[in-house]
Design a protein. Structure first.
Lengths: 261, 214
């Protein structure tokens, strides 16, 4: 059974139909890259899978269970509560909380979640906070920012900020981690450190979906590549197939244009 | 009438000045936040209603509002509703809450959408996002316009005397009946000292919030 299954997902903004029925599956531990020109619907797809946008139609299943669907009777979209916690997201613009230190950025959400179970939190306050703190330290060392734990985001480089954002998303142990053009707002010399971290996260513990313009990176880390244009998946398959043996004219044209850069 | 006696009576007038100032702040700061939520409500009739109220309150002189709040309820019901002092507080709180609400709204709307989205994907509720993520950034952004309003408030307290609530200006003006003008000018010293302290306080707060870059 696939970890994530997306069926005929549709989304419009007014007259503008951005997703015209997108379907794909993703297995646990897999890395999926979504490529394509701007305006093709890549980011909207990611935002729908994160429920930052509510899709107009289609279904999303996680481990075979429907977490999003259109109710047959009312015709209204239904999102299963709590589903946010199994999806993690890393934004193009990092979106770190500037008033909190790096460490606090990591621990804020886990602490608030722990506090929501008031009784348990009160009785085991010290252990829970200790665990969260320990986990934050471990994850900071994974992204190589142990020495920046006490710094504030505004004083870090873009690459460091994005690594903090990745660490923050990892704190909640998401089953699927989404990256929305994680290196697009970085200076070229800083993209490497972020891509290296993302590469290092590939494991059986989680699946990852990366919207990216870094085709070399997509080819190197992905198990599966989706090429999107005009709101539909034009081509999908293993990177070797999509990059080396594209079947569609559109894919070929896109890859040629991208290589020209 | 000597300097010492005048000083004493001005200081006793200053008591009311400080009380109006403090009560207005304590009540109008939270009320302003509530009003700003109203004006940003996605329920349009509420948003329009709040905007109209803010327009009226900001569009009419505070002095007139003090008079209206004091006299009109009594005229309608036949019995006085508010004491003079309470009428001053009610009108000041409503007036300042409306000004504050616009400052809050500006601050809240200036926070990038990404902050809300980041909170949401981390599974935080809307309330948690507002209080744990957004509010502190709003406070930093509105510090300068807020300090302006607060400084204006201390001088606006002089309007209380329109319904005979004695504050420092009224205390000084009472001497004018005896042909003494200098106590009135002397009040400026008190205002300047008060505003000086406020300026230092706001400077300190701004510095405290300087530890991060937005």
């Amino acid at each position: 059974m696939p970890l994530l299954e997306v069926k005929n997902l549709r989304k419009s903004f007014g007259e503008n139909e951005v997703l015209k029925g997108v379907s794909f599956t993703l297995d646990g531990g897999e890395v999926l890259s979504v490529i394509g020109a701007s305006g093709g619907g890549k980011t909207t797809l990611l935002r729908c899978l994160n429920f930052l946008e509510v899709p107009d139609g289609g279904e999303i299943l996680v481990n075979g269970e429907r977490v999003f669907y259109i109710d047959d009777e009312t015709g209204k979209p239904v999102t299963v509560p709590g589903v946010q916690n199994i999806m993690g997201m890393v934004f193009q613009q990092f979106n770190l909380f500037p008033q909190y230190s790096v460490k606090e950025n990591l621990t804020l959400a886990p602490i608030l979640h722990a506090k929501s179970d008031k009784r348990r939190f009160k009785e085991n306050k010290r252990e829970i906070l200790g665990e969260i703190d320990k986990r934050a330290d471990e994850i900071l060392s994974v992204v190589g920012l142990t020495d920046k734990a006490a710094s504030y985001p505004g004083f870090l480089s873009g690459g460091q900020q994005q690594r903090v954002a990745i660490a923050r998303a990892l704190m909640l142990s998401p089953e699927v981690l989404f990256f929305d053009e994680p290196t697009s707002s970085l200076d070229p010399e800083l993209t490497g450190e972020v891509l290296k971290v993302i590469k290092g996260l590939k494991s059986h513990e989680r699946a990852m979906v990366v919207v990216t313009h870094e085709l070399e990176f997509a080819r190197a880390v992905s198990d599966k590549v989706i090429f999107m244009a005009d709101g539909v998946i034009v081509e999908q398959g293993p990177p070797s197939a999509v990059f080396d043996n594209p079947q569609s004219e559109k894919t070929m044209a896109f890859l040629n244009r991208s290589e020209a850069y | 009438m000597g300097f010492w006696e005048v000083t004493q009576s001005l200081v006793s007038g200053l008591g009311n000045t400080c009380l109006i100032f403090a009560l207005t702040l304590v009540l109008a700061l939270p009320l302003g936040l509530v009003i700003s939520f109203g004006s940003m409500s996605s329920f349009k009739p509420l948003a329009y209603l709040v905007k109209i109220i803010v327009w009226i309150v900001r569009g009419v002189p505070l002095m007139l509002q003090v008079i209206v709040i004091y006299y009109v309820p009594g005229m309608l019901l036949g019995v006085p509703v508010f004491s003079r002092f309470v009428a001053v507080i009610v009108s000041f709180v409503i007036n300042y809450a409306c000004y504050f609400s616009e400052i809050y709204r500006g601050g809240i709307e200036s926070i990038p959408k990404g902050q809300y989205e980041a909170g949401k994907v981390l599974g935080l509720s809307r309330t948690q996002v507002f209080f744990k993520v957004v509010l502190m950034q709003v406070v930093k952004r509105i510090m300068a316009p807020m300090s302006n309003e607060v400084i204006t408030l201390i001088k606006d307290t002089a309007l209380a005397r329109v319904i005979m609530v004695v504050e420092i200006i009224q205390a000084a003006q009472n001497y004018a009946a005896y042909g003494l003008m200098w106590p009135l000018f002397y009040t400026a010293v008190f205002y300047l000292a008060y505003v000086g302290i406020l300026t230092l306080l706001f400077g300190y707060l701004e510095k405290k919030l300087d530890y991060y870059k937005a």
